[in-house]
Design a protein around this ligand. Structure first.
Ligand code: GTP
Length: 368
């Protein structure tokens, strides 16, 4: 089966981390998010994937090339500027040739490139076929649906309408569009490949209002998008504590002091330093004596100085936290230095202007 993975967004909510690392390459348990996602697709019989992207995300190509390293055929479709989900799907599929060299004429999968899920795609495809759906959407149940696109769905799973960001009390359900879709090829005729358009705002509601068979697929799978720093931290810590597993082998191994702590073998936790789980510590990090790190995500090459404290935070590649500094609920981007005895709470620190450029993409890690 063929799939399109959408990786051409700007990733504004994940800034400052995405200034230097495209969202699809941010690390989850030491592997790029996209690697987890692609291997999950492969596990369910997807053998060919086109990444729909812009030149800004070229580091993705550097990390995965033609996909041989993952055992999946990968190619790339470029938009000059982001075309939105609808434009990107239409433009990408127009590069495919169907049997006999004509237009593409088989069902295909579309996945948002910023999610971690252990969704059973094979079961979703089976349901799609059995129901004769023109479009199937994976759904995820949330406590508070008000920030999301919510579905109005019947007992058979048929979706009758979408309600964008409803008031909690007005929401027709607690099921949201979880960013994995199965498309029948005839939908491509309804999308414009040349101008910005989003299927969530255009195609999907149009199909429902014209009575087309649009179905939701809901199972109690793990689902986390990494669209903002809180969500990125949560997904990493969830994987560290085993709430979700992935077919990608973590580059990190459980630390000696607790199963919820993953530390790369090249990192050093000095005697007298404290690491409190869940925590994820990438390659070449040093946590000095007297320092403490708790519920945090450290990418590669991070140094936490003596007596410094890091809590509920994300520190990107090559960050230095100097002696006695305190970093709480903060996001610190590439190569930034938090000076001695500084105290940050709830802050976002931009990347350092000049930094050593480390390209770890060859072993599948994040790039800077
Ligand atoms: P924000 O700027 O933080 O909203 O992030 P984003 O631009 O990535 O948007 P969003 O989270 O809604 O995108 C969901 C997925 O679709 C991500 O994997 C994006 O990379 C991808 N995506 C969003 N817009 C486009 C687009 O115009 N073209 C392509 N090819 N992919 C897109």
């Amino acid at each position: 089966m063929r799939a399109i993975v959408l990786v051409g967004g700007e990733g504004t909510r994940l800034r400052p981390l995405t200034w230097r690392t495209p969202k699809a390459l941010v690390p989850v348990l030491g592997r790029p998010l996209l690697e987890h996602l692609l291997l999950n697709l492969k596990q369910h019989g997807v053998d060919s994937v086109t990444l729909a992207m812009t030149a800004r995300a070229e580091a993705i190509r550097g990390a995965f090339g033609n996909g041989e390293v993952l055992g999946i055929a990968l190619d790339y479709a470029y938009e000059d500027t982001p075309l939105g989900s609808g434009g990107a799907i239409a433009a990408t599929a127009s590069t495919w040739r169907g049997a006999g060299g004509g237009v593409w004429n088989e069902a295909f999968l579309v996945v948002n490139g910023d999610i971690i899920t252990d969704l059973d795609l094979s079961a979703m495809l089976e349901a799609h076929r059995a129901r004769g759906a023109v479009l199937s959407l994976s759904l995820h149940e949330v406590d508070d649906p008000s920030p999301f696109g919510v579905v109005d769905i019947d007992a058979e799973g048929r979706i009758h309408r979408f309600v964008e960001k409803p008031k909690r009390e007005d929401a027709p359900s607690h099921l949201i569009n979880a960013g994995t879709w199965i498309f029948e090829p005839r939908l491509l005729d309804m999308l414009d490949p040349t101008t910005f358009n989003r299927v969530e705002d255009g195609l999907f509601p149009t199909l429902c209002s014209s009575g087309e068979p649009v179905y939701g697929f809901h199972q109690p799978a793990y689902w986390g998008d990494i669209g903002n720093p809180d969500a990125l931290l949560r997904v990493n810590l969830d994987m560290a504590s085993g709430r979700v597993t992935s077919p990608a082998t973590p580059r990190l191994t459980p630390g000696p002091s607790g199963q919820d702590i993953y530390i790369h073998e090249t990192s050093t936790i000095e005697d007298g330093a404290r690491v409190e789980g869940p925590c994820v510590i990438g390659a070449g990090c040093i946590v000095r004596a007297g320092a403490s790190v708790a519920r945090s995500l450290l990418w590669d090459g991070v140094t936490v100085g003596p007596e410094a404290q890091v809590r509920d935070s994300i520190l990107a590649t090559d960050v230095t936290v100097e002696d006695g500094a305190r970093v709480v609920r903060s996001v610190v981007a590439h190569a930034a230095t938090i000076p001695r005895d500084a105290s940050l709470e709830g802050e976002r620190v931009e990347p350092a202007e000049q930094s050593l450029s480390r390209d770890l993409s060859k072993d599948g890690a994040q790039t800077t």
